[in-house]
Design a protein around this ligand. Structure first.
Ligand SMILES: [Zn+2]
Length: 423
């Protein structure tokens, strides 16, 4: 029934390639948040030519926002007056290039079926595929009911505060304005990502007492106190985390349990000088922990685990003093498996790819949290082209065939969600 739609998408193959290349050639690096305005206007000009109402929003005063690096977002809307609103949300920012590239990260060269460059996979390929899906859909079904929205948003890679979080706070990416959300993040074209685990970042600082390094007994080493805490992590915390398994379908398998990364550690004298160090006992040692937790865990309990280890040492270890400072937290989120957008995209995967969809949960986090918590909509998923493990890598690429296939899936799901009918 949708063959004509699929043919239309296939006929737009060159357009899809050029669109992806044009997007990748705007180096929207974050940090610092470069060229957001250019990227938003590039998308906006294209969509306004196709009859979308286009609005640009600067998230004034959000982290990183300045006149030099404005946090600009675009929301484009095509509405027929009544009916549900289906929203495609893509972040426009990309992470630093890093080393190890053979390809030019911003040339967006097409080689065979692959377009190479920073952001091809995460997630300008997904953005381009959703735009092509919507444009083909509008040509095929100009009299569709409901509303279709496409957004390009800032800062997903740094928490989304100047992007989706801000738009949700303004009621733009929130109920009742939107009903169904698809985020074309790279999760593989046959997988529906229902949500993600939770995050708690904290800085732990042990305190000591400075003294001459030749007489450490006159001081109290903050580094040794930190070592005692790290030993507790090894002997008590990590074994306990390994026992906590989730029913969330997290991929990869290693992330089906609670995890914690020790992100950094700094103690004693500052680094980065050329001379010899001065002999001192460290009076401060700081570490940053990155704890990822499961939908079965409560954030208070996750924090309490650390507080208890600290309290235990405080009681048993002379001079032990450790401050715990919250840096960042995200509550786990997961769309129900029977949510309309999950059912529609799963059915569309079956229809287009001829195989059942796999439902997964991301080990990390992305903007779905803001749509759920601030926008009060849990009928939201991530679905898009590109391979999850390619994101943020050197020689990042996206495959054109994957973009075409996922574009067909998105257009099929759009049709079903707008009409309440199956394909
Ligand atoms: Zn992404």
């Amino acid at each position: 029934m949708l063959d004509a739609l699929y043919q239309r998408i296939e006929s737009k193959r060159d357009d899809l390639i050029t669109l992806t290349q044009d997007l990748v050639r705007i180096p929207t690096l974050n940090p610092p948040g470069e060229y957001y305005d250019d990227c938003c206007h590039f998308i906006g000009e294209r969509l306004s030519k196709r009859g979308f109402e286009v609005e640009y929003f600067r998230a004034l005063g959000t982290p990183g926002d300045s006149d030099r690096y404005p946090r600009v977002n675009i929301v484009a809307r095509k509405s027929s007056g009544s009916g549900p609103c289906v929203h495609f949300n893509s972040h426009i920012d990309v992470v630093a290039v890093g080393s190890g590239w053979q390809e030019d990260p911003f040339k967006a060269e097409l080689k065979g079926d692959r377009i190479f460059g920073r952001g091809t996979c995460d997630m300008k390929g997904g953005l381009a595929a959703s735009i092509i899906a919507v444009e083909a859909y509008l040509e095929e079904f100009p009299d569709h009911p409901g509303a279709i929205e496409i957004s390009g948003t800032a800062d997903e890679e740094t928490g989304g505060y100047g992007g989706v979080a801000w738009l949700a706070e303004q009621g733009i990416m929130a109920v009742p304005r939107i009903d169904h959300v698809i985020i074309p993040e790279p999760l593989d074209k046959d997988r529906v990502c229902l949500g993600h685990r939770g995050v708690w970042w904290a800085e732990l600082e042990t305190k000591g007492h400075i003294a001459h390094g030749s007489m450490p007994f006159d001081g109290d080493s903050a580094i040794r106190h930190m070592t005692a805490l790290l030993e507790k992590f090894e002997t008590e915390l990590y074994p306990a985390l390994a026992q906590k398994r989730t029913d969330m379908p997290v991929v990869p398998d290693g992330a089906k349990q609670s995890t914690m990364n020790i992100n950094s550690i700094h103690g004693g004298e500052d680094e980065g000088f050329d001379g010899l160090p001065a002999p001192i006992v460290a009076d401060s040692c700081r570490t940053i922990i990155d704890r990822r937790f499961l939908i079965e865990e409560k954030l208070e309990d996750v924090k309490q685990e650390i507080y208890s280890l600290v309290a235990d040492l405080h009681e048993k270890r002379p001079g032990f003093d450790c401050e715990v400072r919250d840096l960042f937290e995200v509550i786990p989120t997961m769309a129900p498996e029977n949510a309309p957008v999950v059912l529609a995209v799963s059915a569309a995967i079956q229809e287009v790819l001829g195989k059942p969809a796999t439902h997964v949960v991301s080990p990390g986090t992305y903007d779905q949290k803001h749509i759920d918590r601030i926008g009060k909509l849990n009928n939201c998923i991530a679905y898009g082209p590109g391979i999850l493990t390619m994101a943020h890598q050197p020689d990042e690429y996206v495959e054109v065939t994957d973009m075409i296939d996922s574009s067909k899936v998105m257009a099929t799901a759009l049709h079903q969600l707008l009409n309440g009918a199956s394909a």
